[in-house]
Design a protein. Structure first.
Ligand SMILES: *Cc1c(COP(=O)(O)O)cnc(C)c1O
Length: 368
């Protein structure tokens, strides 16, 4: 008998013991798109996590969560506050699924044109509200609504249903690099709320062959400062080119601290400012002919600064065409969006205007 070859979806099994769902089956149904490695050199690769319906890694978590809830026969209104990518991934994942309504709240005028179009283009059971306020207003409205309406549920990155599916692509990569005789692999993960990076830490904790894990933040330096000083201080959020990582008080940090009271023993972190993001996008295109999004650029720059021995993989969190207004002027050419994005952008889009008040939102929600 050949030894049983470990498969990446197997890493989910322990978390579903005694539960009615088969996680490998859920993963097969949810992950209708690949997570390929793109080698930039013999020992450096991008893990492309942007081949899903909304061209960012959040499709993995959102689609897995939706698939779980549907198989469990749940019915719910899902309320999600977003500064862009989360709302799109959750909208796409639940669009057309029986028993679910999605309510997306986004700050009017503060997401990119393409992002706004995407959020309003699902239609049907997915409603987009453009809120006259900030992302923090949207988040407050979502929280207050969840507290008052038991039929409503959240789908933010704290949800284990979104965190766990992310284990699979780190496991797949670790096993693949090991099989090629280049292991153990080290990862650089672009980070905002630590949702994606935490999955990487968990997979290594489970015993998969992973060496170092380095977090790449943008100019929001809360995590690098905490890891180097040991003293936690939430900082006001700064707007950057890698806007999906504009987080001053990462919500998944508590979970990392629960598992690793001294997190500096398991991860390190470095911060990349906008000038270095621009320079990295330009250089990666000039030297390798590869176009990356601003978040992925943070990862590549952090890798460049490491004295990197061994094989390194940078998580490529979004397709560059999602951030075309940043990327295209830097490389002097247009970036063709992936097919799924083109399809969504070709649809009509509609968002309902809403004042930044929970009362106003409650009046617009269906009564159950
Ligand atoms: C959400 C997002 C991130 C940050 O992920 P976290 O899980 O919050 O750390 C990075 N890049 C892109 C493109 C994203 O959409």
């Amino acid at each position: 008998m050949p030894e049983k070859v470990p498969r990446s979806n197997d890493v989910l099994a322990p978390y579903f013991e005694g539960e009615p769902l088969d996680p490998a089956e859920v993963a097969r149904a949810a992950f209708t798109f690949p997570a390929p490695l793109r080698w930039l050199g013999p020992h450096t690769a991008l893990l492309e996590l942007f081949h899903g319906p909304t061209a960012a890694f959040k499709d993995f978590g959102a689609r897995f969560l939706a698939e779980c809830l549907e198989r469990l026969g749940r019915k719910a209104t899902i309320v999600v506050a977003t500064s862009g990518d989360t709302g799109a991934a959750v909208g796409a994942a639940f669009a057309g699924r029986q028993g679910f309504e999605v309510v997306i709240l986004y700050p009017d005028g503060r997401v990119s044109g393409r992002q706004a179009h995407q959020l309003g283009a699902f239609g049907g059971n997915v409603r987009a509200f453009k809120v006259a306020g900030t992302f923090d207003d949207c988040q407050r409205m979502a929280k207050e609504t969840l507290a008052r309406r038991p039929d409503c549920t959240s789908a933010n990155s704290i949800s284990l249903g979104r965190l766990l599916p992310q284990l699979t692509y780190y496991a797949k990569t670790a096993l693949e690099v090991q099989r090629q005789g280049k292991g153990p692999v080290s990862f650089v993960v672009p980070t905002g709320n630590l949702g994606n990076a935490l999955a990487c830490v968990l997979v290594r904790d489970m015993g998969l062959p992973i060496d170092r894990i380095v977090l790449a933040t943008n100019a929001n330096r809360t995590l690098p400062q905490f890891l180097s000083s040991g003293a936690y201080r939430a900082l006001p959020t700064v707007a950057t080119l890698a806007n999906a990582m504009d987080v001053g008080d990462p919500s998944n940090l508590e979970r990392l601290l629960y598992w690793h009271p001294d997190p500096s023993r398991v991860v390190s972190a470095d911060s990349v400012d906008d000038a270095a993001i621009r320079e990295t996008i330009r250089r990666t295109f000039d030297e390798q002919g590869v176009v990356v999004c601003p978040h992925t650029a943070c990862g590549l720059e952090v890798l460049r600064r490491q004295a990197a021995k061994g094989t390194w993989v940078v998580a490529a969190t979004a397709h560059p065409a999602k951030f075309e207004t940043v990327v295209e002027p830097l490389i002097g050419r247009t970036v063709a969006p992936p097919a799924a994005l083109i399809e969504l952008l070709a649809k009509p889009s509609h968002a309902e205007p809403l004042e930044a008040s929970t009362e106003a939102l409650l009046k617009r929600l269906p009564q159950h």
